[in-house]
Write a protein of this length. Structure first.
Length: 482
């Protein structure tokens, strides 16, 4: 169930939507979606079916803090030269979780109701490029607690759709259906769908990753106002196209917002700027204290390249440290180090990413016009225009940031920053939701910083993330307040 995360993400994007987009150099080209989508919309989901065919979901940017529903799409069948799309022809009380497609004509969406009326929500299919959509009634999602979080098709016939526990409550199974005939008939999995461990456990809308016959689905642990105490978000996994499932705990306290795998065993999970790695397909995971600029608005693996990932981001308008978060980064070492893909000084907001190959990939963006022609889109997506090759050298900032005592019983820490060559040294502390709770701008000096006080005593017990941002990269440390 996508709740607070949508509101937070939308709020984070508001200020960025007004910023002028600067045409980037290699490796991304800004692509206009033309009149397919109105201006002032942001990407919610993007699917690259092949080098020519891409489907994109959009939502209008809200002027408030509540995210508006996803009810608009765009589609290209010529690699982004021309686009069709517009408002989705579905009931007006529906909001779309995600889209999955097999070609330029056939696609499916998972849609949930924004009211108490659940009769119209579920899986919808188009066979005419998005002009019309038909509800596939046997994946019912019609009960009071039903909430479709996503749908995915492995091919034209075999698919899976997954939702929240129904009925809700400890010990209940998630509502999962599979199909072998394109969705004409869906069968609910009543024997091996994941069983939830708490009343605050749900699936997260649109959070999944598929590789071969395996699909992973990200969960959320939410008590209505933030992370539920005593349990973090879980990761759900099926290796047989949704027929059987397992569930594993993660070190993410709130949600598995993004996930990607380069092999059946190696993958990354993220929430905000928090990043985990798994080496056993998700059964276990550990926190990555990465260096460089990891972006939190989208994550994907690069097919065909070992341990290579792309992350994308937008400017975080809730923070005064607004540099280094928008754009894109690439990691060649499984997320340990991240290298900016855009040149310094180039500003572009990228939201969601789907890599089809080392040479084909698209990211989402904002639909924007100009002052003279505000209703004519000059943007909408960005397209990869280079070939990503193997491992490159990346600057790692390891051992430069020391914090003690950690854990701290009273929330007071002492820091050493052993990086005398850096002139810009910004420290940011975020909570489990990724919200900035403290910022320190160190003096521009050639000397290392020793015994710098960090006081978090006014904040509640929990896990916090400390980031040191310099021209040479980023160092990250986890902080625990008992």
């Amino acid at each position: 169930m996508k709740k607070t995360l949508l509101t937070l993400a939308c709020a984070m994007l508001l200020g960025a939507a007004a910023n002028a987009q600067t045409t980037p150099p290699q490796p991304w080209t800004i692509v206009s979606v033309g009149s397919a989508v109105p201006t002032n919309y942001i990407t919610e989901d993007i699917v690259t079916v092949n080098p020519a065919t891409v489907w994109v979901l959009y939502r209008e940017v809200s002027s408030g803090t509540t995210a508006l529903p996803v009810r608009t799409y765009a589609r290209t069948i010529d690699g982004g030269t021309t686009w069709t799309g517009g408002a989705l022809n579905i009931p007006t009380d529906l909001n779309v979780s995600n889209i999955t497609a097999i070609d330029g004509n056939t696609a499916w969406i998972a849609a949930f109701s924004t009211t108490s009326n659940k009769t119209q929500q579920g899986v919808y299919k188009t066979t005419d490029g998005g002009v019309t959509w038909t509800k596939q009634g046997t994946a019912t999602y019609s009960q009071a607690d039903s909430f479709p979080n996503g749908v995915y098709f492995f091919d034209a016939n075999n698919g899976v759709t997954f939702g929240d526990p129904q009925p809700a409550g400890i010990g209940q199974r998630m509502e999962i259906y599979t199909t072998t005939n394109g969705g004409t008939n869906w069968t609910r999995n009543t024997t091996s769908a994941p069983v939830v461990n708490s009343n605050q456990e749900y699936g997260l809308a649109g959070s999944f990753f598929a590789l071969g016959n395996t699909i992973w689905h990200g969960g959320v642990s939410d008590d209505g106002s933030g992370p539920a105490s005593g349990q973090g978000a879980r990761l759900y996994k099926s290796t047989d196209r949704g027929l059987t499932w397992t569930a594993a705990d993660t070190d993410l306290p709130y949600a598995v917002s993004n996930l990607a795998f380069t092999s059946p065993s190696r993958g990354l999970l993220s929430s905000g700027f928090d990043l985990l790695e798994t080496l056993d397909g998700g059964a276990t995971n550990s926190t990555l204290l990465y260096s460089g600029h990891f972006r939190g608005a989208g994550l994907d693996a690069v097919p065909g390249l070992n341990n290579t990932y792309v992350s994308v981001g937008v400017i975080d308008t809730t923070s005064t440290l607004q540099s280094g978060y928008n754009g894109s980064s690439i990691s060649y070492d499984g997320g340990q180090t991240w290298k900016d893909m855009l040149s310094r000084g180039v500003s572009i907001n990228q939201y969601e990413v789907d890599m089809f190959s080392p040479s084909v990939g698209f990211t989402g963006s904002f639909t924007q016009g100009t002052t003279a022609n505000p209703n004519v889109n000059l943007t909408g997506v960005t397209k990869l225009n280079t070939v990503i090759t193997g491992s490159k050298n990346a600057v790692a900032l390891r051992g430069v940031l020391q914090v003690f005592p950690n854990p701290s019983n009273d929330g007071r820490f002492t820091m050493n920053v052993n990086l005398p060559a850096a002139t810009k040294r910004d420290l940011t502390v975020t909570d489990a939701l990724g919200r900035v709770v403290k910022q320190i701008k160190l003096n521009a000096t050639g000397a290392a910083v020793q015994n710098q006080a960090l006081d978090l005593s006014q904040f509640k017990a929990g896990v916090y993330t400390l980031r040191l941002v310099t021209e040479q990269g980023t160092a990250v440390e986890k902080l625990v307040v008992n």
